[in-house]
Design a protein. Structure first.
Lengths: 167, 572
């Protein structure tokens, strides 16, 4: 069975334990969750969750059905991997930046249309938004300077056009 | 008027029609127990171990179709329920477990008798709740009863801190639930039903119905019978589907699976159309998934969409409540005959019967004989509650079940020790029925303390122990697959007759064939509970048997015979 990265988007009631219940279904099947992003959405009392998981088509479909049917607070779940989607992730990168390297790093930040959000005598903190690939390439280019810390939000996704997920 | 949390809970349970609670008290549920005398409509039955409360609630629920209630205190009380909750979860049984929790201020601090029971039971409940305010109890109970029964039934746990039982709140019982995320599909898709009907009417010479517990849960016996009779389709069942179709019916061919009949397993292998109704393609029923029904197209009807296509491929999936699917399906089914196919199955049944000459002519006391005699003496009218293992398979094979819910056993979880507490729950739910607990000597020793409950609450369960001095099913596997190295399976037992007498349960021991019927008659005539210790042939094995992981066609009939492989070429 071919294992690929799937993007699942779920609309859930904002209640204690709901994330636990969802994640537990993945854990039980030995899925490794590559990323998970949760936040409030357009309707008060509800949250939207974006999961990225590795798995075969049938395994992921099985978990999707289980999330929908078995976790009481889950309203909708869609696998939007093959849809036309906008995908974004945000990363904060702290990189060593003594005066000698600083201008080169700032140039790179400009090319990637990232932002510098914090400056100290020996480091810069960069905020970058984009696809995982874009973030990976900037990270790769910054590695030689000495990346001190990275934190990433995980993927969030939305369908292109007027349609909403699950409609 | 304001009520305490404990009063609100009792009022809510009464609103849901609860009559019986199987429970065990403890520190944090004392405020609730203290409230019980105000509610004489709620009968509390004191079990001897909380696992027994969960199994009794499970047996009660299966026998009556209502929700069974069990109650335990926090900590060890709650964890003792876990096996029973998991058992109900795997067999889709609607029970509600109520647990006490430490007071709100102590939660999360490893207080005395504190466990995170909602965390522990998360994967084995349909849903669970920690109720943090007395004003939420009524809503929670309403939701719990709805969730336990709606769609595919299952257990729900409600955890209530001690001070919430004491806290006062207005009592208002809601009329309906607000669960936007839970909308089970009950009505099958008309286009799918039409496709299924066309396939059944026109595209099959060798159709076969496999009926599961879903038929029983949905009370679709008449609809199933109508489908089978109209189109003359043979019916086999899963272990938990036993009773969904009368076993004395000419179109009934028994159970499939690991210890199913030869003819049911061969029929599955030879069929060109499988109509799987309310069953979940469990590995003990289907055996090797990839070789299940190799020549058949499969129509799978189930209320749980996650069960469809989970283990075996499906050609026509229909998601819906069994009864609500079968009614419109039956309207589209035309009268039909499958004479050749039915004749083939009859021939197989004649040539490979469950009861062979060896069993019939045996001089020693065989378990198959004991079960058959219980059937004869009770005229097939008893409810049989079996344990797990050999005793369960003999009870499934050699008693004939014509009524739904007349065979009750732990299927999915395979919980030894289920039998006695579950039988207790069955008898409480169906006091006019004759209830027999068929146990092994191993499983019986796991929960035999419930004999005290049976005596205290006058629950007239009849108990037959099939005593072979072994953990028989495990020994059978050691016999067949581990060159008879009986490690950990020889079992010393107490004198069950003396033990029963110590509990004030009258008892008899049977060692010879000729004493079997008189003993069973005595048990039937006894007003209260009765125990018979049947000293059966120690190394008797359960056959037929499909070795684990093999295809159903590779069913083995008897120890002395070689593996019998059914040849596709002989299909009619």
């Amino acid at each position: 069975m071919v294992s690929t990265k799937h993007t699942l988007v779920a609309l859930v009631q904002d209640k204690p334990g709901v994330l636990n219940r969802m994640v537990s279904l993945f854990r039980r099947r030995g899925f490794n969750i590559a990323s998970i992003a949760v936040g409030s959405c357009e309707t008060p009392g509800f949250s939207r969750v974006t999961f990225v998981v590795d798995g075969s088509e049938t395994m992921v479909e099985q978990v999707r059905k289980q999330l929908l049917g078995k976790v009481v607070e889950v309203i909708k779940v869609s696998d939007i991997t093959d849809e036309d989607i906008v995908v974004r992730e945000l990363a904060l990168i702290k990189v060593k930046a003594p005066a000698t390297n600083r201008s080169e790093i700032i140039q790179m930040v400009g090319i990637f249309r990232a932002d510098i959000v914090d400056v100290s005598p020996d480091s810069l903190t960069i905020e970058i938004t984009g696809t995982e690939d874009k973030i990976e390439s900037l990270l790769g280019l910054l590695q030689p300077f000495g990346v001190k810390e990275v934190t990433r939000t995980g993927r969030i996704a939305m369908l292109r056009g007027v349609q909403s997920v699950g409609e | 008027m304001k009520l305490t949390g404990a009063q609100i809970l009792c009022e809510s349970l009464l609103k849901e029609g609860v009559e019986v609670i199987f429970g065990f008290p403890g520190g944090v549920v004392l405020p609730l127990f203290d409230t019980f005398p105000q509610y004489p409509g709620l009968r509390h039955i004191l079990v001897r171990h909380e696992q027994g409360a969960a199994h009794a609630a499970d047996g009660y629920a299966r026998a009556t179709g209502k929700v069974g209630i069990c109650l335990a205190t926090s900590g060890p009380g709650a964890t003792n329920l876990v096996t029973g909750i998991a058992n109900a979860h795997l067999d889709s049984v609607p029970i509600i477990a109520i647990t006490g929790q430490v007071s709100r201020a102590f939660i999360g601090k490893d207080a005395f008798q504190e466990v995170d029971i909602t965390g522990i039971t998360l994967p084995i409940t349909k849903h669970n709740y920690l109720v943090m305010e007395a004003s939420q109890i009524a809503n929670t109970v309403k939701e719990a009863f709805y969730l336990a029964q709606a769609g595919r039934p299952g257990p729900v746990l409600i955890d209530i801190p001690k001070d919430v039982f004491i806290e006062q709140a207005e009592f208002h019982y809601p009329d309906k639930v607000n669960l936007p995320g839970y909308n089970p599909t009950l009505h099958g898709h008309p286009a799918q039903i039409k496709k299924a009907a066309e396939m059944i009417n026109n595209a099959s010479k060798k159709p076969l119905i496999i009926a599961g517990r879903g038929v029983i849960i949905s009370s679709a016996f008449d609809e199933l019978k109508q489908l089978a009779e109209t189109a003359q389709i043979p019916v086999i069942t899963t272990l938990l589907g036993i009773g969904s179709f009368p076993e004395s019916h000419p179109l009934s061919y028994g159970m499939l699976g690991m210890h199913g009949t030869v003819y049911a397993n061969w029929a599955t292998d030879a069929a060109d159309l499988i109509i799987a109704i309310g069953m979940r393609m469990d590995d003990r029923a289907t055996s090797k998934f990839s070789e299940f029904a190799p020549g058949a197209r499969i129509i799978h009807i189930d209320v749980d969409p996650a069960e469809i296509g989970k283990n075996v491929r499906v050609d026509i999936p229909i998601v819906g409540d069994i009864k609500k699917v079968l009614i419109p399906l039956n309207r589209l089914i035309s009268k039909n005959q499958h004479v050749e196919w039915v004749n083939q199955l009859d021939t197989w049944r004649k040539e490979h019967p469950l009861v062979n000459a060896r069993i019939t002519n045996a001089k020693s006391l065989l378990p198959q004989f004991v079960v058959r005699k219980i059937y004869e003496v009770t005229q097939g009218n008893a409810i049989i509650v079996a344990g797990v293992g050999q005793n369960q398979m003999w009870a499934a094979q050699h008693y004939w079940y014509d009524r739904p819910n007349s065979f009750i056993t732990s299927g999915g979880l395979g919980t030894m020790g289920y039998e006695l507490p579950a039988a207790m729950g069955v008898k409480v739910g169906k006091p006019r029925e004759m209830v027999w607990c068929i146990a092994g000597d191993g499983g019986f020793q796991m929960t035999l303390h419930e004999l005290a409950t049976i005596v205290q609450d006058r629950i007239a369960v009849k108990i037959a122990i099939l005593n072979n001095g072994y953990l028989g099913m495990v020994r059978q596997w050691q016999d067949l697959f581990y060159e008879k190295r009986y490690v950990g399976t020889p079992l010393s037992c107490p004198d069950f007759v003396k033990l029963a007498e110590a509990y004030c349960v009258p008892a008899l021991r049977v060692e010879h064939k000729e004493d079997t019927v008189p003993a069973i008659e005595k048990a039937v005539q006894a007003e209260g509970p009765f125990l018979i210790d049947f000293m059966i042939e120690p190394e008797e094995n359960v056959y037929p048997m499909v070795p684990s992981g093999e295809a159903l066609s590779k069913v083995i009939e008897e120890p002395q015979k070689e593996v019998h492989i059914w040849s596709q070429q002989n299909t009619p």
